[in-house]
Design a protein around this ligand. Sequence first.
Ligand code: DX5
Ligand code: ZN
Length: 220
Amino acid sequence: MKQTSVIAPSILSADFARLGEETRAVLDAGADWVHFDVMDNHYVPNLTIGPLVCESLRKYGIAAPIDVHLMVKPVDRIIPDFAKAGASLISFHPEASEHIDRTLGLIADQGLQAGLVFNPATPLHWLDHTLHRLDLVLIMSVNPGFGGQSFIPSALDKIRAVRQRIDASGRAVRLEVDGGIKQDNIGAVSAAGADTFVAGSAIFGKPDYRATIAAMRAAL
Ligand code: DX5
Ligand code: ZN
C-alpha cells in the first residue's frame, strides 16, 4: 500500500551560501523532508556536503526529517557521523558497500531508518535479501552526481516493479524517486507507484517555492 505523499526538496540545488535560510524556506513553503545529497568525487564525479553541514542545519533549527542520500564509497565509516549529526534516514548504493547487510545493520544500530538506492542500470535483485530490513527504496531516474538532469523514462517500469515487491512484502516501505522530477512528470511517477518525491532544480530553480510545491502536490 502506498503511504502518504512526501515531497523532499534536494538542497543540492539551493544557494549553498544561504543554506539554512533556503532549507527553512522550502519547509515553510510546504515541503515535508530535506533531501541531503552526499557526494565524494569517487563513487560519483562530484563533491558536496557532509555531516558538519547536516549538524549545522540541525543547530540552525531545521526539525524536519533529513533524508541523507549517500553517494560515497566506502559507506560504513560515515554512518555514525551522520547519526550524530542528526540524520533521520540514510540511503546508500549497493555497489558502494562491500557488505550490504552489515551496512543496513549499522544504520539500524544508530536508530535510523535505512534505504537502498538503485541507479538506472542497477538490477532489482538486490532487494531479494534486503527488503525485509528496508524503510525505503530509492529509484534513481538519472545517473547520480548532478542536479538538473532529465528524467530517464525507463524508471517508470522499475518503479512499478518495486511497488509490486513492496506490496507483496506487506511491509510499510517508502518508494522514493530522485532525478528530473518536475511538475509535468510527478503525476506519472506517482501513478507508477512512488510515494516520496525528490526535486532539486524544479523547486530551487523557481522563485516561488510555495506555488511550485503546491503545483507538484496538486499533480499527484
Ligand atoms: C543526483 C541527486 C539528486 C539531485 C536531483 O545525484 O541524487 O538528488 O539533486 O536534482 P534534480 O531534481 O534537479 O534532478
Ligand atoms: Zn539524491
